[in-house]
Design a protein around this ligand. Structure first.
Ligand SMILES: NC(=O)c1ccc[n+]([C@@H]2O[C@H](COP(=O)([O-])OP(=O)(O)OC[C@H]3O[C@@H](n4cnc5c(N)ncnc54)[C@H](O)[C@@H]3O)[C@@H](O)[C@H]2O)c1
Length: 465
């Protein structure tokens, strides 16, 4: 592989693009992946599986060290596959950017959180781009995958690259390439994986789109090209806002069903789901979690505010979804009130603390908010059980507090006054829960097919909540 870092004069445009295309189709290209988390590591493994050399960069030395020893930290990645990739030297991880110039294609998969005031925080993208820019050379393609607001690729990433490219006389779209391609990975989803989930890509120029699409086509069955990075950035936000709004809708209807009584939202949703067109099933729950749905919509509302535009759906959906943990906490308070125990002595057990079933990801999980609300209302004994989460802590009054964890046993259940079912993990023994928990607040309707004493069970949206 040629190493042109900076000094070599740029080759004529078509040559640069053709050369990269050839490297991609002959699998001689080196793939760089910046950020080796839920998005980056599966992506790195997908290219390694196709025979590419993959260089992973992560600022976390712990993660880099683990990965280089073949130790996996992402559930969707196969332990064996990672170990083999390391052993066969097709994948290696580094904690600095010193070798990034080796990569012909660089994917940026770093976090995009919000600030305390829910404004976008693109600092990780900027830091990563700055570091990559220092090693920019002709023939490189950069694809941003982190979810962000429209214009980040052209307004944030592009100027950083151009500042580094100018002294070398490199032109974007001719000598090096830039595109945005949002990530669609759904951790825990066994049916839709990288290979069979179509992806969208929009380049800064047509050449950027084409070469980025070619790079993606090496690991994904269908690549949908759009006319610009902005369209691709907006498309991703539409996907996530769509989920947020529909979850909020069904959460609101669940509360209405509880108010009215005699109508079970779960039965309603199941019935509506029989319509083969024009309806998509969403189910209620204790709130939204993960790194995407609670955060990404704010990226768009922030952008909208800059244009004196109010994104009403985003605001309304966030309000309803963010209220759900309070609604659940109220139900727990009522459950305790029906028991012989005083609130301050009540022992509450959280069943599941990850934000969705069968994964270990607890980021922004509604469990944390439920704990905070219960603590505020005087409940002190709160512990959890989760087969996927070995340690769990929550922020209470500004301090991070570990929550006691227990295995799910008949004794654990009997030792608590109320069990709150927050995450419907497949590994839970629901019959045991129904048999041994003195009171159950079920926010997922997980006990629907399990015989259970009605007196001790309340189900969100069923009228009993
Ligand atoms: N998790 C998902 O299901 C999902 C799905 C679609 C899109 N996304 C988006 O993908 C992006 C990444 O999310 P994730 O869930 O993989 O995050 P993550 O926290 O699991 O992984 C990000 C990794 O980037 C590393 N990192 C941070 N700054 C870095 C830097 N400057 N250089 C190198 N490495 C750096 C971190 O150490 C971490 O290991 C976010 O924008 C997210 O919104 C996530």
């Amino acid at each position: 592989m040629s190493r042109m870092n900076g000094t070599a004069p740029p080759a004529p445009t078509a040559d640069v693009q053709d050369h990269l295309a050839t490297q991609l189709t002959t699998r001689t290209a080196t793939i760089g992946v910046v950020g080796l988390g839920y998005v980056g590591l599966p992506l790195a493994m997908a290219y390694a599986a196709e025979g590419y050399n993959v260089l992973g960069i992560d600022v976390s030395e712990r993660i880099v060290d683990q990965l280089n020893r073949g130790v996996n930290h992402i559930e969707d990645v196969d332990d064996e596959e990672l170990a083999q990739s390391v052993q066969q030297e097709v994948f290696r991880a580094e904690s600095t950017y010193a070798s990034i110039g080796e990569a012909d294609v660089v994917f940026i998969c770093v976090p995009t959180p919000v600030t305390q005031h829910k404004d976008p925080d693109t600092a990780y993208i900027e830091q990563a781009t700055e570091a990559i820019a220092q090693h920019l050379r002709p023939g490189q393609l950069l694809i941003l995958k982190s979810t962000t607001y429209p214009d980040t690729t052209e307004g944030v990433v592009q100027p950083i690259l151009e500042a580094a490219a100018a002294p070398q006389g490199l032109t974007l779209g001719e000598d090096y390439f830039l595109a945005f391609s949002p990530e669609r990975v759904d951790p825990g989803n066994k049916e839709f994986t990288t290979a069979n989930t179509p992806v969208v890509v929009g380049g800064v120029t047509e050449a950027c789109t084409e070469v980025a699409a070619l790079a993606l086509e090496q690991i994904v069955g269908t690549v949908h090209r759009v006319s610009s990075p902005k369209v691709a950035e907006m498309e991703k936000l539409l996907e996530n806002i769509f989920r947020s709004v529909n979850i909020a809708l069904v959460n609101e209807l669940a509360q209405l069903c509880d108010r009215v009584g005699g109508i079970d939202i779960w039965e309603v949703v199941e019935a509506a789901g029989t319509k083969p067109f024009g309806f998509m099933k969403f189910t209620p729950g204790p709130g939204i979690g993960g790194h995407c749905i609670p955060i990404d919509p704010y990226y768009l509302s922030w952008l909208a505010r800059k244009y004196d535009f109010e994104t009403s759906f985003i605001t309304l959906a966030a309000r309803i979804n963010e209220e759900m943990p309070f609604y659940v906490a109220d139900a727990v308070m009522r459950a305790v009130a029906h028991s012989p125990v005083a609130l301050k002595d009540a022992r509450v057990l959280l069943l599941g603390v990850s934000f969705k079933p069968n994964v270990a990801d607890t980021r922004h999980s509604p469990a944390e908010r439920v704990v905070q609300v219960l603590r505020k209302r005087g409940v002190t004994h709160i512990s959890y059980t989760d087969p996927h989460v070995s340690e769990y802590s929550v922020t209470v009054n500004g301090t991070r507090e570990p929550l006691p964890g227990h295995p799910l046993t008949a004794e654990t259940l009997a030792d608590h006054d109320v069990a709150i079912l927050l995450t419907n993990h497949a590994a839970f023994d629901y019959e045991m829960i129904a048999a041994h928990a003195p009171m159950i607040v079920d926010t997922r309707n997980a006990l629907r097919d399990i015989p259970c004493d009605e007196e001790k069970l309340v189900v969100l949206g069923s009228g009993s909540f």
